[in-house]
Design a binder for this molecule. Sequence first.
Ligand code: 5GP
Length: 173
Amino acid sequence: MPRTLYTAEQIRARVVELATSLATRFPADDTPHFVAVLNGGFMFLADLVRAMTRPVTIDFVRMTSYGSATTTSGSPRIVHGPGTDLRDRHVVIVEDIVDTGLTLQALRRHLLAARPGSLSTVVLLDKPGRRRVTVPVDLVGFRIPDEFVVGYGLDCDEAHRNLPYLGVVAPPS
Ligand code: 5GP
């Protein structure tokens, strides 16, 4: 089994803190729009929006995966969504983990083209040591070293997504 990095209880407490910080970024009567990246972001999104004490709307995007081929120059592309008009909305990207930054960079560019009122980014995990592009991230759950993380939505060849905690395994070969 994966070695525990953060327990379900630690994650729960941090997600509440993130939701509280996020709430201060929008006018009190606003309904922010949360856009989560599939598949890894689904559990984080579910907990984050339940910790918000105001109405929100949600949507999902799916990006092309480039697997572990981080040496390719190809930029990830959106293959599904978003399905909502983002113009003038306060939009929040919800991502499981920012690694090289390429996925987030491509998604931000795509969403900014839809002219949202604001665009914030919240990531559960940040591996700053692996960054290849500079991309703004407003809120980070946990900063972690370069280890391969699974659980709480994140997989290793589709395994371990349903673990309620975050753990570390050997990276897929
Ligand atoms: P980036 O474009 O920032 O390099 O990659 C982001 C994506 O890479 C994440 O959404 C995730 O799918 C994948 N990824 C990067 N590091 C890890 C990790 O430690 N564990 C898992 N399961 N996926 C990762």
